[in-house]
Design a protein around this ligand. Structure first.
Ligand code: SF4
Ligand code: SF4
Length: 433
């Protein structure tokens, strides 16, 4: 890997080297302009360069370079759109990874405010916060579920940096892992696979119903499920430039998940950002044979089911005696599109006989970027556009893999989207309560 994308390179956090690379890439993007529509970063970048008659990217100040970085929410859509990526073109340009490097460089060089660090700590320690929040669920949901703009939400914004105007996902009464460990032992019929569920903090603490649906659909199709003790994937730290905290989490998770793979299990993940991190980012930040093993054996939850269905000698049950909607509006999350695996959740839901209407529009949340107070103003119009597209599609049911994007849809439309695995569980008639 090059200096730019290898977090272990001695110059990775060097300010002069990083800023020179920003200048090189900003100049190339200014000449290309293909990505103008994805996010505010590119229009901001083009405006700064166009202010100069000679359109010299080298004339951007560090503050202007930083403005572009701050507006990137790591959706990765520019990477999948870019013809100049490493391995395919001599420019070797990976815009989202350069933004990660720039964030890490600024943090390492003392260019991040104390408030920013506090917000990252609060949002990054999802396991600690999740455990306390589930244990005190009534109080937590009263505070976090208080009306957007209310006094209590303003106090949370002031102290923790979490936007007072965004709808936040509620916490559950029971953790997914508690349900999993207490449920009666299940013997699957004809065995078609065996997996370890990496539940993700969103499913573990906030929406365990997704995990229950996953386990029931998998077991219904002869796939044995185990659970890992591995914690949050670390995405909130990674996306805020806290490389040390991310790497610590990543090293522990890689060791635990590699042990599961050695037992003969694949790893399945019901949230797109987290499966992306396990597949791609652990390779960069941890590396080595264990990270490679984890990457090769990690699957998005629907991706794994469709692999079973398409593999010779195995198939999914295609009888759906339960609730099958006529039409489903399906939101495709950016971090699933960035995995280049095709639209497996759509294909899975199609098996039920429902007609799928696709909505491909970023939610503007991406990890937790859109929930930070300073980003709400930029993020909300992106979520609004998504809400309008969901309403225009007018499906009988709204579905989406990402619980945070689904919350943004709820915020804008009042609909409560289901995860595709919940749609399929209902179509099988499985009890997921
Ligand atoms: S990753 Fe997404 S938000 Fe970041 S620069 Fe690329 S398109 Fe914009
Ligand atoms: S990221 Fe690639 S495709 Fe997008 S503007 Fe830059 S050079 Fe063009």
């Amino acid at each position: 890997m090059t200096t730019t994308y290898d977090p272990h390179h001695p110059l990775y956090l060097d300010e002069a080297d990083t800023r020179a690379e920003l200048e090189r890439v900003y100049d190339l993007c200014h000449g290309c302009r293909l990505c103008f529509k994805f996010c505010p970063s590119f229009p901001t970048l083009f405006d700064y360069i166009d202010q100069h008659d000679d359109q010299d990217a080298g004339k951007m100040t560090p503050a202007q370079q930083d403005h572009v970085i701050d507006e990137c929410f790591q959706c990765k859509l520019c990477y999948i759109n870019c013809p100049y990526i490493p391995g395919q073109h001599e420019w070797a340009l990976d815009f989202p990874r350069l933004m990660l490097r720039a964030d890490a460089m600024r943090r390492a060089n003392g260019q991040v405010t104390l408030r920013d660090k506090v917000t990252t700590t609060v949002m990054g320690n999802t396991d600690a916060i999740g455990k306390v929040s589930v244990a005190t669920v009534k109080l937590t949901n009263k505070v976090m579920g208080a009306k957007p703009g209310s006094l209590i939400r303003k106090v949370v914004e002031k102290t923790a940096g979490i936007s007072s105007v965004r709808l936040l996902p509620k916490f559950a009464r029971t953790r997914f892992s508690s349900w999993f460990k207490q449920r009666p032992k299940v013997r699957v019929g004809k065995k078609q696979g065996s997996v370890t569920v990496f539940p993700t903090c969103l499913v573990e603490y906030q929406e365990p119903a997704i995990g229950k649906a996953l386990v029931k659909v998998y077991e219904h199709n002869g796939i044995e499920c185990s659970l890992t003790d591995a914690g949050c994937c670390g995405a909130p730290f990674l996306h805020s430039g806290d490389m040390a905290a991310f790497t610590k989490v990543a090293v522990d998770n890689v060791a635990m998940l590699a042990a599961e793979v050695r037992k003969g299990n694949d790893i399945v993940v019901p949230q797109p950002t987290c499966s992306y991190v396990l597949k791609k980012d652990y390779l960069d930040y941890v590396g080595g044979p264990d990270a490679q093993l984890v990457s090769e054996h990690t699957f998005d939850a629907a991706e794994y089911l469709m692999k079973v269905h398409k593999t010779e000698g195995s198939s999914l049950d295609t009888q759906f005696p339960g609730e099958v909607p006529e039409t489903i509006t399906y939101h495709t999350p950016c971090h699933l599109r960035a995995q280049n695996i095709g639209l497996k959740s759509r294909d899975l839901m199609k098996l039920t006989g429902a007609k799928i209407k696709l909505v491909q529009q970023c939610s503007g949340i991406d990890g937790m970027w859109g929930l930070r107070a300073e980003n709400a103003e930029l993020s909300i119009p992106i979520g609004k556009k998504l809400g309008e597209m969901v309403q225009a599609a007018d499906g009988d049911v709204v579905a989406g893999d990402c619980h945070l994007a689904n919350t943004a849809i709820t915020e804008q439309t009042g609909d409560s989207p289901l995860h595709p695995l919940q749609v399929v569980a209902k179509a099988y008639g499985l009890d997921t309560e």
